[in-house]
Design a protein around this ligand. Structure first.
Ligand code: ZN
Length: 188
């Protein structure tokens, strides 16, 4: 009997930032891809609340999923600011599903937006490495390069004009000499 894992439309693979989850089959927009699961932690039990890892998925003010368990393959899904999936959070059922919000092609990395709190705590300090942010950074770098080139060209034009004005500067000197002559030192 083939293992059920071969029926799954995804696999763990190498991504830009380590490991990621990649589609192995076409996944239609709206499809539930995988469940994000793990032990449920109760924030009212203080010793459980001490657990600190980046796989915690808060369901609501009280319940949190500890997604660090090995079998939870959804923990490999990386964040993206322009994702192709989303987390479908069901606090009442204490369940989270990752659902496609676009048609996903085989080979595509599956991403969802981790949300503002996670972004601020973990991604902003090191710089988000998602494709959308990388593209933005590339664009900004290109713009900065273009701006520097423009400034340089302007400076060069100015320098050219300045050398063009050189005769005017000489004239000034001549004027000075002329002025000196007017004082009549030579006369004296
Ligand atoms: Zn990003």
């Amino acid at each position: 009997m083939p293992t059920t894992s071969s029926n799954k439309p995804y696999r763990v693979g190498r991504s830009k930032t380590g490991l990621g989850l990649f589609a192995t089959k076409p996944i239609k927009k709206g499809t539930r891809i995988v469940r994000y699961f793990g032990p449920i932690l109760d924030s009212r039990i203080p010793e459980q609340d001490d657990i600190e890892n980046k796989y915690l998925f808060e369901l609501n003010g009280r319940w949190t999923i500890d997604g660090s368990v090995r079998k939870n393959l959804a923990r490999y899904i990386n964040h993206s600011c322009r994702p192709n999936a989303e987390s479908d959070v069901r606090p009442r059922e204490r369940k989270v599903y990752i659902r496609a919000i676009k048609n996903i092609e085989p080979g595509d990395e599956i991403n969802y937006d981790y949300g503002t709190d996670y972004f601020k705590a973990y991604l902003k300090p090191i710089g988000c490495k998602c494709e959308s942010c990388e593209k933005k950074r590339k664009k900004l770098r290109a713009e900065a390069r273009a701006e520097r080139a423009k400034v340089k060209a302007r400076a060069e034009r100015k320098a050219e004009k300045a050398t063009g004005k050189a005769p005017a500067a000489k004239k000034k000197k001549l004027n000075g000499k002329h002025f000196g002559g007017k004082v009549g030192r030579s006369r004296a």
